[in-house]
Design a protein around this ligand. Structure first.
Ligand code: FE2
Length: 204
């Protein structure tokens, strides 16, 4: 792994980590993926998911947004509202992430968990509008942890939510989440989640 300092005019990248498949990811997005992976790992333990599958879910969560490496930074960092073309471009990151994971020789379970991590239990998500148990369990687990961490993050277009605010926001739209996964998540002891906490690394 090598690293380089930010280029002048690069809005968010204080430092960019470069590997073959994350060379265009920005530090806030990478840290988000690592935090989501730690949440997923802890949630999998609470759900009683066996060790091998838990490790696959950890990999899927670590890579879940790697498809953003192929999306324009101008769109990813746009502070205002996205138009429909820009929003459609962002939505491609889920399937692009699946392609990258597949090219990294990750198994089908991992690839599917990445491709479907924005599907909603009520069928309102993307890319395929899957619903209920059609959604791979790994994707449903990432969906919950991803949403929580995204709410906790400060973004160009939103403030950082507190832990309580994030959980309340999710409870208000709980029809989007797998019921068993969501109930386990909100009753999780967040003190047991290992790794770096949101906001502690250069404010990210
Ligand atoms: Fe995503």
């Amino acid at each position: 792994m090598k690293y380089r300092k930010r280029k002048r005019g690069d809005d968010l990248g204080v430092l960019k980590l470069e590997t073959d498949n994350t060379k265009a990811m920005q530090l806030p997005d990478l840290l988000h993926c690592y935090r989501v992976a730690n949440l997923v790992f802890t949630l999998c333990i609470k759900l009683g998911i066996e060790n091998k599958v838990r490790e696959e879910m950890f990999i899927a969560a670590t890579l879940h947004d790697v498809g953003k490496s192929m999306i324009s930074k101008d769109i990813l960092n746009k502070p205002g509202k996205l138009n429909s073309t820009e929003w459609n471009a962002i939505k491609h990151h889920a399937e692009l992430g699946g392609v990258i994971a597949s090219n990294m020789n990750q198994n089908l379970s991992i690839v599917k968990s990445i491709v479907h991590h924005h599907e909603n239990y009520d069928g309102t998500g993307y890319p395929r509008q899957l619903q209920g148990e059609e959604i791979p369990l790994g994707a449903s687990i990432i969906r919950v942890c991803d949403t929580y961490d995204a709410l906790r993050m400060k973004r160009p277009y939103k403030k950082a939510f507190s832990h309580e605010e994030a959980l309340n926001e999710m409870k208000n739209e709980k029809e989007k989440y797998h019921p068993k996964v969501f109930n386990s998540f909100i009753s999780m002891n967040f003190e047991e989640v290992k790794g770096v906490k949101v906001g502690s690394m250069n404010g990210f």
